[in-house]
Design a protein around this ligand. Structure first.
Ligand code: ZN
Length: 418
């Protein structure tokens, strides 16, 4: 099977289903595939049922929030977002959480690779479920994020193995992109860079220099330098453009830099023929999003970036919406398609609106914390390990929302001019 062959199983946003093709080309996880097939066959029915359920529920939705029982008193301002959240959950006919928490089965100390779609592969098994993305083709290898320093030798070995099998005549690592400056996204920079070669001029081969080119945003590089990061982990090329494109492995690769998201230095890497976007920590499929306040992150910046990301994505359609279309690889956790990105965005937006509502009415951070505003989402998103708890999230949201006389809007909207 060639690296470009793909099937629905491979584009499904559930990572377990994406195990459809492994490095060996074997079909694994047949049980999961057979479970999923009838769901796919009933897509249209599921869609119609969802739509009719939606119509039936309209009057009720207009009167009461579906989760009134768990909403703190008065926080009904996010009703329409809550409604949309529930809509996306039910109307697609899928369980969006399906397989979401089961990456644990890959917590065996080893790294695992599989094809997302097209030229793009995903490597999991890193601590905290940090994801590495690898694009492989005739020109060699592009790596997005490098995991932790401890796992770097294993990562390099796996990338070389993939390249030997799926790259063309040129199988060197040429480019590395850091989506942020977090330790589990840049920890392997030295090992991966030294395992690659830099392209000099316009042709591959003759004049290569040792060491791949490592890119980040200018702001991320600045933060890394300011925080005393060792030189050999620093990016070698920094970008300030909001959009930057080049051609590699038979497709355009585009870096998108949101003005503000988790920090002021996020990069998203779009593989335009493969239709995959590596989004780094802008999306965290394992927990509430991390916001790095010290380095310029804000909740409203993050939400603006999430809405912009939505506009880069196309939903898969075949007699109705199906899983697939543009696939994103989050910084942590499983893959998502556009419907799931919307679902995630509404979750973040609902919580932002609840916290803004109370902050606008003079509640202190401690008072908002005591209200447990994330309670109804914690079952899915309220990860308590890895140093990022629901309270950490509430705190950064509260602190980065407008305060005092310059109250923010109760409901999030994308600021004009963004
Ligand atoms: Zn991360």
């Amino acid at each position: 099977m060639s690296a470009t062959q793909k099937s629905l199983a491979q584009v499904a946003p559930d990572q377990s289903a994406c195990m459809g093709r492994t490095m060996d080309g074997n079909r694994k996880n047949n049980v999961r595939r057979s479970v999923r097939r009838p769901m796919r066959a009933s897509t249209l029915v599921g869609w119609l049922m969802g739509a009719s359920a939606l119509l039936a529920s309209l009057p009720a939705a207009a009167q009461t929030s579906p989760s009134t029982s768990v909403l703190p008193n008065g926080a009904v301002n996010s009703r329409s977002n809550q409604w949309e959240y529930d809509f996306y959950r039910q109307s697609w006919g899928y369980n969006f959480y399906f397989g979401s928490a089961d990456q644990g089965k890959y917590d065996d100390g080893e790294l695992h690779a599989w094809n997302v779609q097209g030229n793009v592969w995903m490597i999991v098994g890193l601590p905290e479920r940090a994801n590495v993305v690898v694009q492989i083709g005739n020109d060699g290898v592009l790596v997005v994020d490098t995991g932790t320093a401890e796992m770097a030798p294993k990562l390099l070995a796996l990338i070389k193995k993939l390249a030997a099998r799926y790259a063309g005549d040129h199988d060197d690592i040429r480019w590395v992109v850091n989506t942020s400056g977090e330790p589990d996204h840049i920890g392997g920079n030295k090992v991966i860079r030294e395992g690659g070669k830099q392209i000099i001029g316009i042709s591959l081969g003759a004049s290569d220099l040792p060491g791949a080119t490592v890119m980040s945003s200018q702001n991320t590089l600045n933060h890394l330098v300011d925080s005393g990061t060792p030189d050999d982990l620093l990016p070698s090329e920094a970008h300030e453009e909001s959009v930057y494109s080049w051609y590699f492995n038979d497709e355009a690769v585009t870096l998108h830099q949101p003005r503000i998201a988790n920090s002021d230095g996020n990069l998203l890497v779009q593989f335009r023929r493969s239709d995959v976007i590596a989004v780094g920590d802008l999306v965290n499929a394992s927990s509430y999003p991390r916001i790095d306040v010290k380095n310029g992150g804000t909740i409203d910046g993050l939400l603006t970036a999430l809405h912009d990301l939505r506009d880069l994505m196309a939903a898969g359609y075949h007699n109705g919406p199906i899983e697939g279309g543009t696939i994103i690889v989050p910084g942590h956790g499983r893959l998502m398609d556009r419907a799931e990105l919307l679902h995630y965005t509404y979750m973040v937006q609902i919580l932002r609106n609840r916290i803004m509502y109370y902050k606008n009415r003079g509640k202190s951070l401690q008072q908002v914390m005591a209200m447990n505003v994330t309670g109804d989402f914690d079952g899915r998103w309220g990860k308590s390990t890895g140093g990022w708890t629901p309270k950490d999230f509430v705190k950064v949201v509260y602190e980065t929302l407008p305060a005092g006389s310059s109250k923010g809007p109760d409901r999030f909207f994308i600021p004009s001019g963004e």
